[in-house]
Design a protein around this ligand. Structure first.
Ligand code: KG4
Ligand code: ZN
Length: 347
Protein backbone atom coordinates (compact mmCIF):
# COMPACT_ATOMS: atom_id res chain seq x y z
CA UNK A 1 0.00 0.00 0.00
CA UNK A 2 1.58 3.30 -0.98
CA UNK A 3 1.57 6.36 1.26
CA UNK A 4 -1.19 8.13 -0.67
CA UNK A 5 -3.73 5.29 -0.25
CA UNK A 6 -6.70 6.35 1.90
CA UNK A 7 -8.89 4.33 4.27
CA UNK A 8 -12.31 5.13 5.74
CA UNK A 9 -12.63 4.29 9.46
CA UNK A 10 -15.98 3.79 11.22
CA UNK A 11 -16.55 3.73 14.99
CA UNK A 12 -19.85 2.74 16.64
CA UNK A 13 -18.96 0.50 19.60
CA UNK A 14 -20.39 2.69 22.35
CA UNK A 15 -22.04 6.12 22.35
CA UNK A 16 -19.82 7.94 19.86
CA UNK A 17 -20.68 7.77 16.16
CA UNK A 18 -17.50 8.57 14.25
CA UNK A 19 -16.03 8.46 10.75
CA UNK A 20 -12.61 9.49 9.47
CA UNK A 21 -10.53 9.31 6.31
CA UNK A 22 -6.82 8.76 6.81
CA UNK A 23 -3.94 8.52 4.37
CA UNK A 24 -1.46 5.68 4.82
CA UNK A 25 1.25 8.20 5.76
CA UNK A 26 -0.90 9.14 8.77
CA UNK A 27 -2.33 12.38 7.39
CA UNK A 28 -5.88 12.93 8.63
CA UNK A 29 -7.89 13.99 5.58
CA UNK A 30 -11.20 14.36 7.43
CA UNK A 31 -12.71 13.35 10.77
CA UNK A 32 -16.06 13.69 12.50
CA UNK A 33 -17.36 12.54 15.89
CA UNK A 34 -20.93 12.80 17.04
CA UNK A 35 -21.39 12.25 20.75
CA UNK A 36 -24.74 10.90 21.92
CA UNK A 37 -24.29 12.28 25.46
CA UNK A 38 -27.59 14.16 25.38
CA UNK A 39 -29.54 11.12 24.24
CA UNK A 40 -28.29 9.10 27.23
CA UNK A 41 -27.87 11.70 30.00
CA UNK A 42 -31.47 11.40 31.20
CA UNK A 43 -30.81 7.71 31.92
CA UNK A 44 -27.51 8.28 33.77
CA UNK A 45 -25.61 6.00 31.42
CA UNK A 46 -25.47 4.60 27.89
CA UNK A 47 -28.67 2.79 26.80
CA UNK A 48 -27.56 0.19 24.22
CA UNK A 49 -30.78 0.23 22.19
CA UNK A 50 -30.80 4.04 21.92
CA UNK A 51 -27.11 3.97 20.94
CA UNK A 52 -27.66 1.44 18.14
CA UNK A 53 -30.56 3.43 16.68
CA UNK A 54 -28.56 6.65 16.86
CA UNK A 55 -25.63 5.03 15.00
CA UNK A 56 -28.08 3.89 12.32
CA UNK A 57 -29.42 7.45 12.04
CA UNK A 58 -26.07 9.24 11.93
CA UNK A 59 -23.37 6.98 10.48
CA UNK A 60 -24.27 7.14 6.74
CA UNK A 61 -24.44 10.95 6.84
CA UNK A 62 -21.18 11.23 8.80
CA UNK A 63 -19.38 8.90 6.37
CA UNK A 64 -20.63 10.90 3.38
CA UNK A 65 -19.50 14.12 5.07
CA UNK A 66 -15.91 12.99 5.76
CA UNK A 67 -15.60 11.59 2.22
CA UNK A 68 -16.73 14.93 0.78
CA UNK A 69 -14.29 16.80 3.04
CA UNK A 70 -11.49 14.48 1.98
CA UNK A 71 -12.46 15.13 -1.64
CA UNK A 72 -12.67 11.41 -2.38
CA UNK A 73 -15.22 9.01 -3.79
CA UNK A 74 -15.66 5.59 -2.13
CA UNK A 75 -14.06 3.92 -5.16
CA UNK A 76 -10.86 5.92 -4.50
CA UNK A 77 -10.36 4.20 -1.13
CA UNK A 78 -7.88 1.40 -0.41
CA UNK A 79 -10.21 -0.16 2.16
CA UNK A 80 -12.92 0.17 4.80
CA UNK A 81 -12.10 -0.33 8.49
CA UNK A 82 -14.97 -0.70 10.97
CA UNK A 83 -14.85 -1.36 14.70
CA UNK A 84 -16.13 -4.90 15.14
CA UNK A 85 -15.65 -5.36 18.88
CA UNK A 86 -15.46 -5.24 21.81
CA UNK A 87 -18.48 -3.09 22.61
CA UNK A 88 -22.27 -2.88 22.54
CA UNK A 89 -23.41 -5.44 20.00
CA UNK A 90 -26.19 -3.36 18.41
CA UNK A 91 -23.86 -0.51 17.52
CA UNK A 92 -21.13 -2.91 16.36
CA UNK A 93 -23.57 -4.59 13.99
CA UNK A 94 -24.68 -1.23 12.58
CA UNK A 95 -21.11 -0.01 11.95
CA UNK A 96 -19.67 -3.28 10.68
CA UNK A 97 -22.65 -3.97 8.38
CA UNK A 98 -22.53 -0.45 6.96
CA UNK A 99 -18.78 -0.86 6.35
CA UNK A 100 -19.28 -4.23 4.69
CA UNK A 101 -22.01 -2.76 2.47
CA UNK A 102 -19.60 -0.09 1.27
CA UNK A 103 -16.88 -2.70 0.73
CA UNK A 104 -19.22 -4.85 -1.38
CA UNK A 105 -20.59 -1.94 -3.39
CA UNK A 106 -17.14 -0.59 -4.26
CA UNK A 107 -15.11 -3.81 -4.34
CA UNK A 108 -12.90 -2.79 -1.41
CA UNK A 109 -11.11 -4.87 1.24
CA UNK A 110 -12.75 -4.85 4.68
CA UNK A 111 -10.90 -4.75 8.02
CA UNK A 112 -12.74 -5.75 11.22
CA UNK A 113 -10.94 -3.54 13.73
CA UNK A 114 -10.58 -4.41 17.40
CA UNK A 115 -11.45 -1.21 19.31
CA UNK A 116 -8.72 -1.85 21.90
CA UNK A 117 -6.09 -2.36 19.21
CA UNK A 118 -7.21 0.94 17.69
CA UNK A 119 -6.69 2.74 21.04
CA UNK A 120 -3.36 0.93 21.46
CA UNK A 121 -1.95 1.83 18.01
CA UNK A 122 -2.93 5.52 18.15
CA UNK A 123 0.50 6.29 19.62
CA UNK A 124 2.17 5.05 16.43
CA UNK A 125 0.42 7.69 14.30
CA UNK A 126 3.26 9.65 12.67
CA UNK A 127 3.04 13.26 13.67
CA UNK A 128 1.72 12.47 17.12
CA UNK A 129 5.10 11.44 18.44
CA UNK A 130 8.17 12.33 16.37
CA UNK A 131 8.32 9.38 13.94
CA UNK A 132 5.57 7.52 15.89
CA UNK A 133 6.02 5.53 19.11
CA UNK A 134 8.25 2.46 18.73
CA UNK A 135 7.33 -1.08 19.79
CA UNK A 136 7.34 -2.35 22.46
CA UNK A 137 5.62 0.17 24.68
CA UNK A 138 3.44 0.02 27.75
CA UNK A 139 -0.16 1.07 27.21
CA UNK A 140 -2.46 2.10 30.04
CA UNK A 141 -5.97 1.96 28.64
CA UNK A 142 -8.12 3.96 31.03
CA UNK A 143 -11.72 4.40 29.94
CA UNK A 144 -15.26 3.93 31.11
CA UNK A 145 -15.28 0.31 29.99
CA UNK A 146 -11.61 -0.69 30.20
CA UNK A 147 -8.77 -0.49 32.67
CA UNK A 148 -5.74 -2.43 31.53
CA UNK A 149 -1.95 -2.42 31.39
CA UNK A 150 -0.95 -3.82 28.01
CA UNK A 151 2.42 -4.66 26.49
CA UNK A 152 2.13 -3.49 22.87
CA UNK A 153 4.71 -5.49 20.96
CA UNK A 154 3.43 -4.99 17.42
CA UNK A 155 0.29 -4.92 15.28
CA UNK A 156 -1.79 -7.86 16.52
CA UNK A 157 0.76 -8.62 19.24
CA UNK A 158 -0.43 -7.69 22.69
CA UNK A 159 0.07 -9.08 26.17
CA UNK A 160 -2.32 -8.01 28.89
CA UNK A 161 -0.16 -7.49 31.98
CA UNK A 162 -2.92 -6.47 34.35
CA UNK A 163 -6.56 -5.48 34.47
CA UNK A 164 -9.24 -4.39 36.90
CA UNK A 165 -10.66 -6.91 39.34
CA UNK A 166 -13.93 -4.98 39.54
CA UNK A 167 -14.79 -1.56 38.03
CA UNK A 168 -13.02 0.21 35.17
CA UNK A 169 -11.41 3.44 36.35
CA UNK A 170 -13.80 5.66 34.36
CA UNK A 171 -16.72 3.72 35.83
CA UNK A 172 -15.26 4.37 39.31
CA UNK A 173 -15.06 8.11 38.54
CA UNK A 174 -18.66 8.03 37.31
CA UNK A 175 -19.91 6.17 40.40
CA UNK A 176 -18.03 8.41 42.85
CA UNK A 177 -19.34 11.46 40.99
CA UNK A 178 -22.89 10.16 41.26
CA UNK A 179 -22.47 9.67 45.02
CA UNK A 180 -21.34 13.29 45.20
CA UNK A 181 -24.43 14.42 43.31
CA UNK A 182 -22.64 15.26 40.07
CA UNK A 183 -24.21 14.73 36.63
CA UNK A 184 -23.20 11.87 34.28
CA UNK A 185 -20.59 11.39 32.86
CA UNK A 186 -18.99 12.15 36.18
CA UNK A 187 -15.25 12.16 35.44
CA UNK A 188 -14.89 15.72 34.11
CA UNK A 189 -17.35 17.12 36.71
CA UNK A 190 -15.49 15.35 39.53
CA UNK A 191 -12.19 16.77 38.31
CA UNK A 192 -13.62 20.30 38.37
CA UNK A 193 -14.99 19.82 41.90
CA UNK A 194 -11.70 18.27 43.07
CA UNK A 195 -9.86 21.42 42.02
CA UNK A 196 -11.63 23.29 44.84
CA UNK A 197 -11.03 20.62 47.51
CA UNK A 198 -8.32 19.50 49.92
CA UNK A 199 -7.12 16.01 48.99
CA UNK A 200 -5.37 15.48 52.34
CA UNK A 201 -8.30 16.17 54.69
CA UNK A 202 -10.34 13.02 54.08
CA UNK A 203 -7.97 10.11 53.56
CA UNK A 204 -9.40 7.42 51.31
CA UNK A 205 -8.02 3.91 50.66
CA UNK A 206 -5.50 3.28 47.86
CA UNK A 207 -6.50 -0.21 46.67
CA UNK A 208 -3.69 -2.63 45.72
CA UNK A 209 -1.01 0.06 46.21
CA UNK A 210 2.36 -1.68 46.48
CA UNK A 211 0.86 -5.09 45.65
CA UNK A 212 2.75 -7.31 43.15
CA UNK A 213 1.65 -7.14 39.51
CA UNK A 214 -0.37 -4.38 37.91
CA UNK A 215 -4.02 -5.25 38.47
CA UNK A 216 -6.46 -2.59 39.62
CA UNK A 217 -9.40 -2.50 42.00
CA UNK A 218 -11.72 0.43 42.65
CA UNK A 219 -14.77 -0.97 44.44
CA UNK A 220 -13.26 -0.41 47.93
CA UNK A 221 -12.47 3.19 47.11
CA UNK A 222 -15.99 3.77 45.82
CA UNK A 223 -17.44 2.14 48.96
CA UNK A 224 -15.31 4.44 51.13
CA UNK A 225 -16.79 7.46 49.34
CA UNK A 226 -20.27 5.98 49.80
CA UNK A 227 -19.68 5.54 53.56
CA UNK A 228 -18.37 9.09 53.92
CA UNK A 229 -21.46 10.42 52.14
CA UNK A 230 -23.78 8.21 54.21
CA UNK A 231 -22.54 9.76 57.47
CA UNK A 232 -24.75 12.74 56.65
CA UNK A 233 -28.52 12.82 56.13
CA UNK A 234 -29.48 12.46 52.43
CA UNK A 235 -28.64 15.62 50.51
CA UNK A 236 -26.94 17.23 53.52
CA UNK A 237 -23.28 16.55 52.71
CA UNK A 238 -21.48 19.86 53.49
CA UNK A 239 -20.14 21.56 50.36
CA UNK A 240 -16.56 21.53 51.67
CA UNK A 241 -16.77 17.76 52.31
CA UNK A 242 -18.02 17.21 48.77
CA UNK A 243 -15.01 18.96 47.29
CA UNK A 244 -12.58 17.31 49.70
CA UNK A 245 -14.00 13.87 48.91
CA UNK A 246 -13.68 14.54 45.18
CA UNK A 247 -10.08 15.67 45.66
CA UNK A 248 -9.29 12.70 47.93
CA UNK A 249 -10.82 10.25 45.47
CA UNK A 250 -8.87 11.69 42.55
CA UNK A 251 -5.62 11.70 44.55
CA UNK A 252 -6.13 8.03 45.47
CA UNK A 253 -6.75 7.05 41.85
CA UNK A 254 -3.69 9.01 40.67
CA UNK A 255 -1.44 7.43 43.33
CA UNK A 256 -2.69 3.93 42.49
CA UNK A 257 -2.21 4.56 38.75
CA UNK A 258 1.41 5.64 39.21
CA UNK A 259 2.11 2.61 41.41
CA UNK A 260 0.52 0.19 38.92
CA UNK A 261 2.41 1.82 36.04
CA UNK A 262 5.73 1.34 37.89
CA UNK A 263 4.95 -2.34 38.39
CA UNK A 264 3.88 -2.73 34.76
CA UNK A 265 7.12 -1.09 33.57
CA UNK A 266 9.01 -3.63 35.70
CA UNK A 267 7.15 -6.33 33.74
CA UNK A 268 8.17 -4.81 30.38
CA UNK A 269 11.80 -3.70 30.78
CA UNK A 270 12.15 -3.15 27.02
CA UNK A 271 9.39 -0.50 26.97
CA UNK A 272 10.30 2.60 24.95
CA UNK A 273 7.44 4.72 26.32
CA UNK A 274 4.46 4.84 28.65
CA UNK A 275 1.37 5.48 26.53
CA UNK A 276 -1.98 6.47 27.99
CA UNK A 277 -5.33 6.27 26.21
CA UNK A 278 -9.03 6.37 27.09
CA UNK A 279 -11.23 9.12 28.50
CA UNK A 280 -9.60 9.09 31.94
CA UNK A 281 -6.30 10.06 30.28
CA UNK A 282 -7.92 13.51 30.12
CA UNK A 283 -7.62 13.80 33.90
CA UNK A 284 -4.84 16.20 34.88
CA UNK A 285 -3.95 14.52 38.19
CA UNK A 286 -3.77 11.09 36.56
CA UNK A 287 -1.62 12.43 33.71
CA UNK A 288 0.77 14.15 36.12
CA UNK A 289 1.13 11.02 38.27
CA UNK A 290 1.80 8.81 35.24
CA UNK A 291 4.26 11.27 33.73
CA UNK A 292 6.16 11.11 37.05
CA UNK A 293 6.27 7.29 36.94
CA UNK A 294 7.59 7.39 33.36
CA UNK A 295 10.16 10.07 34.14
CA UNK A 296 11.60 7.97 37.00
CA UNK A 297 12.54 5.39 34.33
CA UNK A 298 13.80 7.98 31.88
CA UNK A 299 10.88 7.20 29.54
CA UNK A 300 8.58 9.61 27.74
CA UNK A 301 4.89 9.57 28.54
CA UNK A 302 2.87 9.70 25.35
CA UNK A 303 -0.65 11.01 25.76
CA UNK A 304 -2.46 11.53 22.46
CA UNK A 305 -4.50 14.74 22.27
CA UNK A 306 -7.79 14.30 24.13
CA UNK A 307 -9.88 13.95 20.96
CA UNK A 308 -7.72 10.95 19.98
CA UNK A 309 -7.76 9.51 23.55
CA UNK A 310 -11.54 9.23 23.66
CA UNK A 311 -13.50 7.19 21.13
CA UNK A 312 -12.92 8.36 17.54
CA UNK A 313 -12.62 6.97 14.03
CA UNK A 314 -9.11 8.24 13.26
CA UNK A 315 -7.74 5.44 15.43
CA UNK A 316 -9.96 2.91 13.64
CA UNK A 317 -8.78 4.03 10.19
CA UNK A 318 -5.16 3.95 11.41
CA UNK A 319 -5.49 0.40 12.78
CA UNK A 320 -7.08 -0.52 9.44
CA UNK A 321 -4.11 0.96 7.55
CA UNK A 322 -1.59 -0.86 9.74
CA UNK A 323 -3.43 -4.14 9.05
CA UNK A 324 -3.92 -3.56 5.32
CA UNK A 325 -0.21 -2.77 5.01
CA UNK A 326 0.46 -6.28 6.30
CA UNK A 327 -2.13 -7.85 4.02
CA UNK A 328 -4.47 -8.49 6.95
CA UNK A 329 -8.10 -8.24 5.83
CA UNK A 330 -11.27 -9.89 7.12
CA UNK A 331 -13.99 -11.83 5.32
CA UNK A 332 -17.38 -10.18 4.93
CA UNK A 333 -18.74 -12.96 7.14
CA UNK A 334 -16.72 -11.70 10.10
CA UNK A 335 -19.12 -11.51 13.06
CA UNK A 336 -18.89 -8.51 15.43
CA UNK A 337 -17.85 -9.56 18.94
CA UNK A 338 -19.14 -7.88 22.12
CA UNK A 339 -16.15 -9.40 23.93
CA UNK A 340 -12.83 -9.53 22.10
CA UNK A 341 -9.77 -9.48 24.36
CA UNK A 342 -6.57 -8.05 22.89
CA UNK A 343 -4.65 -11.25 23.40
CA UNK A 344 -7.05 -13.10 21.07
CA UNK A 345 -6.06 -11.00 18.06
CA UNK A 346 -4.49 -12.48 14.97
CA UNK A 347 -1.81 -10.90 12.80
O1 KG4 B 1 -12.72 6.47 26.50
P1 KG4 B 1 -14.04 7.06 26.86
O2 KG4 B 1 -14.44 8.37 26.24
O3 KG4 B 1 -15.21 6.09 26.54
C1 KG4 B 1 -15.16 4.73 26.84
O4 KG4 B 1 -15.42 4.39 28.01
O5 KG4 B 1 -14.84 3.94 25.92
O6 KG4 B 1 -14.05 7.20 28.45
C2 KG4 B 1 -15.15 7.73 29.14
C3 KG4 B 1 -14.83 7.71 30.62
C4 KG4 B 1 -16.01 8.11 31.48
O7 KG4 B 1 -16.09 7.20 32.55
C5 KG4 B 1 -15.63 9.50 31.97
O8 KG4 B 1 -16.18 9.83 33.23
C6 KG4 B 1 -14.12 9.41 32.04
O9 KG4 B 1 -13.75 8.64 30.90
N1 KG4 B 1 -13.49 10.72 31.98
C7 KG4 B 1 -12.79 11.27 32.99
C8 KG4 B 1 -12.41 12.57 32.57
N2 KG4 B 1 -12.88 12.75 31.31
C9 KG4 B 1 -13.54 11.62 30.96
N3 KG4 B 1 -12.45 10.78 34.19
C10 KG4 B 1 -11.72 11.57 35.00
N4 KG4 B 1 -11.34 12.84 34.69
C11 KG4 B 1 -11.66 13.37 33.48
N5 KG4 B 1 -11.27 14.61 33.17
ZN1 ZN C 1 -12.74 3.38 23.72
Amino acid sequence: MDDTAAVLGLESSCDETAAAVLRADGTILAEAVLSQLEEHAAFGGVVPEIAARAHLDHLPRLAARVMAEAGLGFADLAGIAATSGPGLIGGLIVGASFGKGLAIAHGLPFVAVNHLEAHALTATLPGLVEGGARFPYLLLLLSGGHCQCVAVEGVGHFRRLGTTLDDAVGEAFDKAAKLLGLPWPGGPALERLAATGDAARIRLPRPLLGRAGCDFSFSGLKTAVAHAVARHPPGALPEADRADLAAGFQASVAAVMADRARHALDMLPAATALVVAGGVAANGAVRTALAGAARERGLPMVAPPIRLCTDNAVMVAWAGIERLRRGLTDPLGHAPRPRWPLDQLTA
